[in-house]
Design a protein around this ligand. Structure first.
Ligand SMILES: [Zn+2]
Length: 130
């Protein structure tokens, strides 16, 4: 699953110039020093959490459990200049996301960056979202 077919460059370890959290669309936007931008859906970041508990579940079931599209980032804490600790609206906040991993998520999952709107969410009143 985690095939590293690409090369991680030194640039991948440099912190972004800016981090913008779009709560309405559920997207974390990272502006990198090389001028590129990563737009990472909150649900995707939650699905790809690499904390010990999620890794264990991943190994046990051999597949990633996809998070709900309605999930949102609750808190973003910088880990020095190495990456981010992300806390989600389901109460999960143990995941550490180094810059290189955020680059990797963007590259590996660039085809799925826009979340489809599942019927269950489409039918929900927007006011029900936090
Ligand atoms: Zn986790």
């Amino acid at each position: 699953m985690n095939r590293l077919g690409h090369t991680i460059t030194l640039d991948d370890h440099r912190p972004p110039l800016s981090i913008t959290d779009h709560q309405a669309s559920g997207v974390l936007a990272l502006q990198w020093q090389d001028g590129s931008e990563s737009r990472l859906p909150h649900w995707l970041l939650r699905s790809l959490c690499r904390c010990a508990a999620c890794e264990q579940q991943w190994r046990r079931t051999a597949c990633r459990q996809q998070a709900s599209f309605a999930i949102r980032l609750e808190d973003i804490k910088p880990i020095g200049d190495k990456g981010l600790n992300l806390e989600f609206s389901d109460g999960h906040g143990r995941g550490i996301y180094p810059w290189a991993y955020l680059h990797e998520i963007d590259r590996e999952h660039s085809g799925s960056r826009e979340a489809p709107v599942p019927a269950a969410i489409a039918g929900m009143a927007p006011a029900a979202l936090p």
